[in-house]
Design a protein around this ligand. Structure first.
Ligand code: 2AM
Length: 191
């Protein structure tokens, strides 16, 4: 994980871009890194740094500084049922030239994969909406960005071995865009 969550959040003096995400454990990062390499061999582009790989559950966008601490406090009070997501797909967003890994659209088990993530997304917005004016994304598309500036027309099939990602927490992240993505974890929820 990037900057481990500080016990006290650095106050922000300007609006800050926030999102909630699942942050992968070491084995998941290692597996995702192999997917990055394979996809890069076909599509080129820019491989995401291992320490920035994540799956966004809710995107809040630019947030007034005064809202940050209440979101941090509430995140720390929240709990998540541990779960697992199986990443078995490679997909692309052609316009931003992104190649991503994601769960199968939905398997038989709604407690895993895309169904489980959609449920976490909804539950998150249920409490965030009371603290933040952002609206939920119109369409939630769970994915881990692997490559940017890639030639998405050359998207290869997904690697044969799916990635079983066990999670037991989500994190609130601040993102600074200054040429390269820099993420700071502000708070995490625990099972
Ligand atoms: P991306 O990787 O597909 O760009 C930090 O920018 C995180 O929030 C990334 O996971 C990014 O997805 C996601 N994100 C950025 N803008 C978004 C938006 N308008 N709606 C949903 N997610 C967004």
């Amino acid at each position: 994980m990037p900057d481990p969550s500080p016990s006290r959040t650095t106050p922000f003096s300007r609006p800050v871009r926030l999102f909630f995400a699942l942050w992968p454990d070491f084995d998941t990062v290692r597996a995702l890194t192999q997917w990055c390499q394979q996809a890069h061999g076909a599509c080129g582009g820019r491989i995401m740094r291992a320490d920035t790989l994540h799956l966004t559950l809710a995107f809040l966008g630019e947030t007034a500084p005064a809202l940050v601490q209440p979101l941090v406090d509430e995140t720390r009070r929240r709990r998540i049922e541990p779960g697992q997501v199986i990443l078995s797909r490679l997909g692309a967003f052609p316009r931003p030239r992104i190649v991503w890994a994601g769960p199968a659209d939905d398997g038989d088990n709604p407690d895993e994969g895309a169904g489980r993530l959609a449920s976490e997304h909804r539950q998150l917005w249920d409490w965030v909406a009371a603290l933040h004016p952002a609206r939920p994304e119109t369409r939630f598309r769970p994915h881990v960005t692997l490559l940017r500036d890639a030639d998405t027309r050359l998207l290869p099939p997904a690697p044969a071995q799916p990635i079983a990602w066990r999670f037991d927490r989500y994190v609130l992240v601040a993102s600074a865009q200054d040429g390269r993505s820099r993420y700071q974890i502000l708070a995490e929820t625990l099972a």
